[in-house]
Design a protein around this ligand. Structure first.
Ligand code: CTP
Length: 401
């Protein structure tokens, strides 16, 4: 299993006083799940919104709140920041952002922020009027220029029933960005295109031939590639949340996916075909709705072009071409045959009949096959962990050239 780059890292999670402080609990839990050693710091205001006991119970050590008479160390203003590998402030209020910009070290969190050499991920959350105020805009721009990673707030429902920009970014996005900040940037400048989801082939104006692919594995590969510094395009048939920093091209049918992937192959270095492309489509799609009264229709199918094999046939020497093999029997032999026939550098074989594996699940178990290397088995792991193993193999293939 490939561990998160956060595993074993000492992460300070600063929580300031906004309503979104309750979401810090979810961020904390995800950091601990990723294997990080989490040291939470709460400001006085944050404790009006969530209890220190809750965070202490979930964290790797008790919450730190005190600049004076701190029970853990005599010099908390520098100790916590010096020992950190990463600091995340979520939520970051307008006041805490202003203080950080000025180096106004009035509490433990602000002292920690200016005493650290670790990267800082700042996740603002506030009302739209405050987020758009020139002082906040200016403070955020200055911090960004200094190298602070700003996780932009989202548009959505805010405290008091208002709606607008300012809602704390999704915890999953914050984790992705944290991993990106501490993880290896071994795909910097590399262009990666990933296809994801099952195609839908029209029968008539309302009906399609579809398949069970959720697109989750393709999205995980895109998320991992962008975390490693790649420029990523996702050619997708599904409406999953767009991973931060990824450009999405929405398609539906095999024909649309073929056009998008063939065009992308021209200016991308790594091509990952994770989509479940329909192998057959109706020869004619009725323009209107086929009515029951007209009897049971006979739908004549034709084979779709094999997109991956087509790209493989025209593959450049510097391309890395990755395919998937969804199998229900003879996993390795069938996958090997596809690896050779489609001229792939890597094939990700999964037995879609096994439990907890493949379509719609959040977990997967795969075998990675390369033309000249021993098969690598990845036992049941999250799709993100599988994605990490796939990207590790891609980096390996590029480095070996
Ligand atoms: N693929 C493709 N175009 C198709 C069918 C498949 O690009 N028309 C790609 C898939 O995205 C995947 C790989 O080829 O990366 C293997 O797909 P899979 O469905 O496992 O195999 P097929 O080649 O379709 O063969 P079969 O269905 O007979 O197993």
């Amino acid at each position: 299993m490939s561990a998160s780059p956060l595993a074993g890292k000492r992460v300070v999670l600063g929580v300031t006083g906004g309503i979104a402080a309750y979401k810090a609990i979810e961020i904390l839990r995800r950091l601990v799940d990723a294997g990080a050693h989490v040291v939470p710091i709460m400001t006085d205001a944050a404790q009006h919104f969530v209890g220190a006991t809750t965070l202490s119970a979930l964290a790797s050590e008790p919450v730190q709140t005190k600049l004076w008479n701190n029970p853990t160390t005599a010099i908390p203003h520098t100790k916590v920041g010096q020992g950190a590998d990463l600091i995340i402030v979520a939520p970051a209020t307008a006041k805490s952002i202003a203080a950080y910009r000025m180096g106004y070290s009035h509490d433990l969190l602000q002292n920690t922020l200016i005493a650290t050499r670790a990267p800082v991920v700042l996740c603002p959350a506030m009302h739209t009027e405050m987020w758009e105020h020139p002082s906040v805009v200016d403070n955020v721009a200055t911090l960004r220029k200094r190298g602070v990673q700003i996780v932009e707030p989202e548009y959505g429902r805010l405290a008091g029933g208002d709606t607008g920009a300012g809602r704390l970014a999704d915890p999953a996005t914050i984790l992705d960005i944290a991993e990106r900040v501490v993880g290896p940037a071994d795909l910097t400048g590399v262009r990666v295109v990933v296809s994801a989801g099952g195609t839908r082939e029209p029968i008539d104006a309302v009906r399609v031939i579809a398949n069970r692919s959720s697109g989750k594995q393709g999205y995980a590969v895109a998320t991992e590639a962008v975390a490693r510094g790649a420029e990523v395009t996702l050619v997708s048939t599904v409406g999953l949340p767009t991973p931060a920093g990824v450009q999405v091209i929405a398609v539906e049918s095999a024909a649309e996916m073929q056009e998008a992937m063939e065009r992308a192959a021209i200016n991308h270095d790594v091509i990952v075909m994770a989509a479940a492309v329909a192998d057959f489509r109706p020869v004619h799609a009725a323009s209107g709705k086929i009515k029951k009264g007209d009897g049971v229709p006979e739908i004549v199918l034709q084979q779709t072009p094999d997109i991956l094999a087509g790209i493989g046939a025209r593959k450049r020497n510097d391309h890395v071409l990755v395919g998937f093999a969804a199998e229900t029997a003879n996993l390795v032999d069938n996958a090997k045959e596809k690896l050779e026939r489609k001229r792939l550098d890597l094939i990700v074989a999964n037995d879609v009949s096994a439990s907890g594996v493949g379509f719609a699940h959040d977990t997967n178990a795969v075998t990675l096959l390369r033309p000249d290397a021993k098969p690598v088995e990845i036992d049941l792991a999250t799709k993100r962990e599988v994605a990490r193993a796939i990207i590790n193999a891609v980096v390996d293939i590029r480095n070996a050239r």
